[in-house]
Design a protein around this ligand. Structure first.
Ligand code: NOJ
Length: 559
């Protein structure tokens, strides 16, 4: 049975801010052009130096590292070839232990990405499994005989394009892969495979990691009888994967049982978190059941409401509203704007009709993320306003996992949002000192203006806005655990909502336009408010509730 969140409302993974690091492009300490663990260690003080009044730290509470295990890097780490070792690209197990210790010293929790829907085809388990039909691990992956005509066993597809089945000569059989053919799916029906994975999970928990982000956590389950997926009538999505009902290749009822088993392991340890990438069709609705009806599955379920929203207040508000209504009692929401699979939000939203003011969007988006009810997850670089690098020449593309679909279309590579962190205006934006090496992906050319060092010095930078918002969360329980209540019930060009506990009320006002009227569809005290964070009002000043908003105003006020 899961923990009762009501009696333990302030757990670190509920109140803290999580920061996703893409290790390949965060910091390169050894000068080979690729990020590494020693690099991350060097930058921990930037993330949180342990001083609540720090002038230079962002103040986050946990880091989630995209995969760092040994990997041939076909999917940049999401294809693990040894779960017990650290990729040579990133360093050694000892480096990881230092990273863990140094993070913990500063009060930073460490969350690992656990990729257990599939392994790399170079993992020793798969090498053995694919060697013959009668080896001890022959059943650890999804092997099927060819169809009578020699073709694929059924119509299951790969999310990355094309069929999900690849033929293996040695076995004269096909194996299934939800993603790239180099990422064979593990057969979770096999109890030995399951035990081996559970043992590995314990290894990292014993090391002291604070939790996991489960990659593709709703895809583990596959139909035992390998039945055909029904095709969606008349569907014409460019990615053929979306033209099927995925009845039999993911999100089966038994998926919940698997997550419960993993959660049981987590619960043997103190204070750990289980976050899942719920990779499903009815994203919000289905994802809520991944908390488990007894709150015994995921602690936090990633859904994609902000990434899939247009930059429009009514739309965003509806998404938050829905999530508030649907999140089960005792469960806790989580939100993010960006991750390593999607274009960064400033690149996504720059085309919208209300977007004449990119700094305004960055401030408003930051404020929404850090003041809604739920755990905010930041993606490296968003705090300095990084945008996608859209000028990566084809020969420099690193995202090699996605493949052409039957119609010959290639989904856009995800590299644009994975370019090096911009630390300063020196060579390679301070990401890598190696003069003669090229960074793993080209640095965005805006780095002389958009970088940490410069923005720390500019009081009105987006970085300092993030720092203030994070500080406001730390200092105000209403922002951490308070209820969320909208003050507007039909679409205006602004958002106005409160977060409140018995003791505290915080009002959040976000204007998406030049429109100035502050119309609030409810009586809210006209008393004085203290400015916690604002892009137009003086911090800490006590003000009356404004009758109108400034253009693109973002203000967080406390009663
Ligand atoms: C989801 C990850 O976020 C993505 O980067 C990866 O390619 C797939 N899962 C496969 O592991």
């Amino acid at each position: 049975m899961g923990q009762d969140l009501k009696s333990n409302a302030e757990q670190w993974w509920q109140t803290g801010v999580i920061y996703q690091i893409y290790p390949l492009t965060f910091v390169d300490a050894n000068g080979d052009g690729v990020g590494d663990l020693q690099g991350i260690i060097k930058k921990l003080d930037y993330l949180n130096d342990g001083n609540p009044n720090s002038e230079t730290s962002l103040g986050i509470d946990a880091i989630w590292l995209s995969p760092i295990n040994q990997s041939p890097m076909i999917d940049n780490g999401y294809d693990v070839s040894d779960y017990y070792d650290i990729s040579d690209t990133f360093g050694t197990l000892e480096d990881f232990e230092i990273l863990l210790e140094e993070s913990h010293k500063r009060g930073i929790k460490v969350i690992l990405d656990l990729v257990i829907n599939h392994t790399s085809n170079q993992h020793s388990w798969f090498v053995e499994s694919s060697s013959s039909q009668d080896n001890p691990k022959s059943d650890w992956y999804h092997w099927q005989d060819p169809a009578p005509d020699g073709g694929v066993p059924n119509n299951w597809l790969s999310y990355f394009g094309g069929t999900g089945w690849t033929f293996n000569e040695a076995r004269k059989q096909y194996y299934f892969h939800t993603f790239n053919k180099n990422q064979p799916d593990i057969n979770w029906h096999n109890t030995e495979a399951k035990t081996a994975i559970f043992q590995m999970i314990r290894f990292w928990l014993d090391k002291g990691v604070d939790g996991f982000r489960l990659d593709a956590s709703s895809v583990y389950s596959k139909d035992k009888y390998y039945r055909y997926n029904p095709v969606k009538f008349g569907a014409t999505d460019k990615n053929n994967y979306h033209n099927q009902h995925h009845l039999y290749d993911k999100n089966l009822p038994e998926n919940h049982q698997l997550i419960q088993e993993i959660r049981n392991i987590i619960d043997e340890y103190e204070d750990r978190v289980l976050i899942g990438e719920t990779f499903i069709d009815n994203r919000l609705y289905d994802s809520t059941i991944f908390y488990g009806i007894n709150n015994d599955e995921l602690h936090l379920a990633f859904t994609f409401e902000f990434p899939l929203s247009p930059w429009y207040p009514g739309y965003l508000q509806r998404e938050i509203d829905k999530k508030e209504l649907i999140t089960p009692k005792g469960a806790w929401p989580t939100y993010f704007l960006d991750n390593h699979d999607i274009p960064r939000h400033l690149s996504r939203w720059i085309e919208c009709s209300l977007c004449t003011n990119p700094l305004g969007i960055a401030q408003a988006a930051a404020a929404i993320l850090l003041t809604v009810r739920g755990t905010p997850v930041l993606y490296y670089g968003q705090e300095i306003g990084m945008v996608d690098n859209e000028d990566i020449p084809p020969e420099k593309i690193q995202d090699k996992a996605i493949v052409k679909s039957e119609t010959g279309e290639l989904p856009p590579p995800r590299d644009g949002a994975r370019t090096p962190m911009q630390w300063n205006d020196s060579i390679n934006a301070g990401f890598s000192f190696g003069k003669d090496v090229e960074p793993w992906l080209p640095v965005h050319q805006n780095y002389p203006e958009v970088n940490v060092e410069r923005e720390l010095k500019e009081p009105d930078s987006i970085l300092n806005f993030y720092r203030q918002l994070i500080k406001a969360r730390k200092n105000n329980e209403a922002l951490r655990i308070g209820n969320w209540r909208t003050l507007i019930h039909y679409p205006y060009e602004h958002l106005a909502y409160v977060r409140e506990t018995k003791a505290e009320r915080v009002l959040i006002l976000i204007n998406f336009s030049y429109e100035k009227d502050l119309t609030i569809d409810e009586h809210i005290s006209k008393d004085n408010w203290q400015v916690l964070v604002s892009n137009v009002r003086e911090t800490d000043k006590i003000i009356n509730l404004p009758a109108s908003l400034e253009a693109f105003e973002v203000s967080v006020l406390r009663k």
